[in-house]
Design a protein around this ligand. Structure first.
Ligand SMILES: CC(=O)N[C@H]1[C@@H](OP(=O)(O)OP(=O)(O)OC[C@H]2O[C@@H](n3ccc(=O)[nH]c3=O)[C@H](O)[C@@H]2O)O[C@H](CO)[C@@H](O)[C@@H]1O
Ligand SMILES: C=C(OP(=O)(O)O)C(=O)O
Length: 437
């Protein structure tokens, strides 16, 4: 377990460039399984989760050629399906959430897809029903080994159909799309997730020869094709990282420019930070955040207290709520944070309370934050990162706190943030990585 030691209370300045999006990378890298031809993907983030997925593809027999630091060429022309039944795969596949998305493409192209219960953040129940109901609708046979927690789907071929998803699951939608592109006939997916990650996946698949319409909406129409070919694809900047840096600038009273953010793909993200009173300017495709001594939370028009909650896209992403919460601790005013999707993502507020933040955890889904308007700073402390977004939120809290904080279990942060300590040091953060013995 490695650790960050952070000396807080220093202003940051300069510019930071977001990495490629983790959640898009996990989808588009899985899609290379759909074709025997070469696929080139650029702006791939160098993070633990993505590297684990690339490793799994390599074990599956995909040829992987790293063309430069962030660009890979993949070729799935000699897949070893036996690996899927090995103990090794049961271990490798369960180490991240994104591995679940190899199932759809494997099923579509090879007639079978297996996966151990995937990992990812322990932030409450994370069911996979949407994925497997989708495959079953396309004609696959499903089995689940409860002892081994091992899922499997098989089909000689898949047949397009109309389906209405019970929930707009992000990875579930991606998985079903990747299965349906090679199915016989037409599939419609209603209540589809439509995050930029999904839009990017659809654009990439279309450039490989798929026929997907409705991209960006919650109703997708997919006309199955016989084969897909190669393509080149560039991953968008990581919108969750961008939100993290906006929050970090406000909490540390710093002036920061976030470069090349692909503003048009950020949805409500800038607006929600503005509701906390944070000034930010669009400059070309950059976001400039000026130094601000204070930021004041806007109430609703009728004067009632602001609520910020998550919702499937184009609603506000749940992955930024922990960051919004920490930033609110130093705002002027109060806000209710309502994390609707996940059951255990707000428990980290105990650490913020230890640091002096005024937060009431109303129940596992809701927390009221009474901002301190920077009148007293958070106190440095020792903490452990429970999940990726709580981890970055605690890191932001530590950067704003007076004194030396320690964050253990930073692998949880590294799995989604590339070289974070080095990049933050470049803009003035005093952060040191202490490797595990
Ligand atoms: C690798 C990856 O891409 N992970 C993301 C993906 O996870 P993932 O695809 O695993 O998450 P899902 O979209 O399936 O659902 C997340 C949770 O929200 C609940 N739910 C979902 C949809 C809905 O309409 N109502 C609802 O309550 C689900 O029951 C589940 O508990 O999407 C999540 C939701 O944006 C993000 O937090 C994760 O970062
Ligand atoms: C919850 C997240 O990731 P994962 O789905 O990989 O656990 C996240 O990125 O915030």
């Amino acid at each position: 377990m490695s650790t960050f030691v952070i000396e807080g209370g220093h202003k940051l300045s300069g510019s930071i460039t977001p990495q490629g999006a983790k959640n898009e990378a996990l989808q588009v890298i899985c899609s290379v399984i759909l074709t025997p031809e070469k696929v080139t993907i650029s702006n791939v983030p160098d993070i633990i989760d993505v590297n684990k997925l690339i490793f799994i593809l390599g074990e599956l027999g995909v040829k992987i050629n790293r063309l430069n630091e962030d660009t890979y060429e993949f070729q799935a022309d000699d897949i070893d399906l036996e690996y899927l039944e090995s103990d090794k795969f049961k271990k490798d596949g369960s180490s991240l959430r994104g591995s679940i998305m190899i199932v759809g493409p494997l099923l579509a192209r090879f007639g079978k897809g297996y996966i151990p219960r995937p990992g990812g953040d322990k932030i409450g129940r994370r069911r996979l029903d949407t994925h497997f109901e989708g495959f079953i609708n396309l004609g696959a046979k499903f089995r689940y080994n409860t002892d081994e927690k091992f899922y499997g789907v098989e089909a000689e071929y898949l047949t397009g159909t109309d389906m209405l998803l019970e929930e707009a699951s992000v990875t579930g939608t991606a998985n079903i799309i990747m299965a349906a592109v090679l199915a016989r006939g037409i599939t419609t997916i209603y209540n589809a997730a439509c995050e930029p990650y999904i839009q990017q996946l659809c654009k990439m698949l279309n450039s490989m020869g798929a026929k997907i319409t409705g991209v960006g909406s919650n109703l997708l129409k997919i006309e199955g094709v016989k084969n897909l070919g190669g393509c080149s694809h560039r991953i968008l900047p990581d919108m969750i990282e961008i939100g993290s840096w906006i929050g970090m600038a406000a909490m540390t009273k710093s002036s920061i420019t976030i470069k090349n953010v692909s503003w048009d793909n950020l949805g409500l993200i800038p607006r929600v930070f503005q509701k906390l009173g944070i000034n930010l300017e669009r400059r070309g495709d950059d976001i400039f955040i000026p130094e601000q001594e204070n930021y004041e939370i806007q109430n609703f028009i009728d004067g009632s207290i602001l609520t910020i909650s998550d919702a499937p896209w184009p609603g506000f992403t749940p992955d930024l709520l922990s960051i919004i919460l920490v930033v609110a601790t130093q705002a002027k005013g109060s806000v209710l944070i309502h994390q609707k999707m996940f059951e255990s993502r707000l428990f980290f507020v105990d650490k913020l309370i230890d640091m002096g933040a005024k937060v009431i955890l109303c129940d596992p889904h809701r927390a009221t934050v009474i901002g301190m308007n920077h009148e007293s700073s958070l106190k440095a402390t020792v903490m452990t990162s429970p999940d990726i977004r709580a981890g970055i939120s605690l890191l932001i809290a530590a950067l704003s706190a007076k004194g030396k904080s320690t964050i253990h279990n930073i692998e949880q942060i590294d799995r989604g943030y590339q070289n974070i300590d080095e990049r933050l040091r470049a803009i003035g953060a005093k952060i040191t990585r202490v490797a595990a013995n």
